[in-house]
Design a protein around this ligand. Structure first.
Ligand code: PAF
Length: 340
């Protein structure tokens, strides 16, 4: 794929204006990996009704790093990133300098303050100002790119929820699409920061997805999740736990809901901070599949149910069976009392 590498605001605007297509936008800070490829590929292959081009941005946003965080060390691997984005199917890569995003310096531009309740827990309570910085930069990037779709990884779940809420609150004409976390063969979620991990740290880090997966399995068997036990299992593997917490997945508030909640954790593995999460469900998920007649709903649903070990319920057949019975009994379908 021939990718356009754009650096200035003007190059971006000229490129954007030359496209006879809507834009699907994948914002990143670079250090692209398989997780980003998944985002780009999903953006590319989503069934939009209109012609769509995919724009990836690479901007290491200073506003979302705390003073003691890794802003200066953050991976800057542009040549590899161009190759990866291009192979994944991106049409353009916008790589602005800080002056292109904040021409008058970061302090001269409007900033977003994320509501306290959305950042009072999980990463927000340990990375003060981080989500304000994320929300601010995303607003500025959206202003330049003007996409129809915004693709974000579920890996950063709190970020995804906050950005969804921001876009909803400001009624921006952008549809947010979350893409499932991609993991390596050992279950470790892909992250640009994994590059900091030594071989032995990578082995240690696996304890995080393993502990979360075990908790999810337990929850599915209706066993109560013991946060202290998870914490100590991580510590035993030499990980320094920043937090392990259970919240409502959408409100990001503490919850005791057993049937559906978010279990999230942040740990330090050596000098590397890693985050991960899972959903705790005390029952199997209910997935509704709809579509026009003859679209293949039954075929897809049967295969899907088999693969995930779910029960297949053909509601269409249920309705038809009820309609048949009503007809058999000579009941007037409009007579709701008789039908009941
Ligand atoms: O997820 C990221 O890489 C960043 O937080 C984002 C959304 C690109 C904003 O800088």
């Amino acid at each position: 794929m021939n990718i356009s590498v754009l650096r200035t605001q003007q190059e971006l605007i000229d490129w954007r204006d030359a496209q006879d297509a809507q834009i699907a936008f994948v914002p990143t800070m670079g250090g692209l990996h398989s997780g980003h490829c998944q985002l780009i590929k999903t953006a590319n292959s989503s069934c939009f009704n209109e012609k769509t081009v995919v724009v990836v941005s690479i901007f290491v946003n200073p506003l979302q790093f705390g003073p003691k965080e890794d802003f200066t060390q953050y991976p800057r691997t542009l040549e590899e990133d161009i190759q990866i984005a291009s192979e994944a199917g991106a049409n353009a890569l916008w790589v602005p300098s800080i002056d292109q995003v904040f021409p008058n310096g970061t302090d001269s531009h409007f900033k977003i303050e994320v509501p306290t309740k959305l950042q009072a827990h999980l990463c927000g309570s340990f990375r003060k100002g981080h989500f304000d910085g994320v929300a601010t930069v995303v607003m500025h990037l959206l202003k330049f790119i003007q996409p129809t779709y915004l693709f974000l990884g579920e890996k950063d779940w709190q970020q995804l929820v906050i950005l969804r809420e921001l876009i909803k609150d400001l009624k921006l004409p952008v549809k947010v699409i979350g893409v499932a976390t991609l993991r390596d063969i050992n279950g470790l979620a892909f992250s640009s920061r994994n590059i900091y991990l030594s071989k032995s740290e990578k082995e240690q880090a696996i304890a995080l997805p393993q502990a979360l997966a075990k908790a999810a399995k337990n929850a599915n068997e209706a066993k109560v999740c013991d946060l202290k036990e998870i914490r100590s299992s991580l510590e035993k593997k030499g990980l320094e736990v920043e937090y392990v917490d259970i919240v409502d997945p959408h409100q990001l508030q503490p919850t005791t809901k057993q049937h559906f909640s978010l279990l999230a954790a942040a740990v330090h593995c050596g000098k590397t901070r890693l985050i991960d999460h899972t959903f705790l469900m005390s029952r199997k998920p209910i997935v509704a599949i709809d579509g026009p007649a003859g679209a293949g709903k039954s075929t897809v649903t049967k295969a899907f149910a088999k693969k995930l070990g779910l029960l297949y319920l053909d509601t269409g057949a249920m309705y038809r069976a009820v309609a048949w019975l009503i007809k058999q009994k000579g009941i007037d379908p409009k007579d709701t009392v008789e039908v009941k």
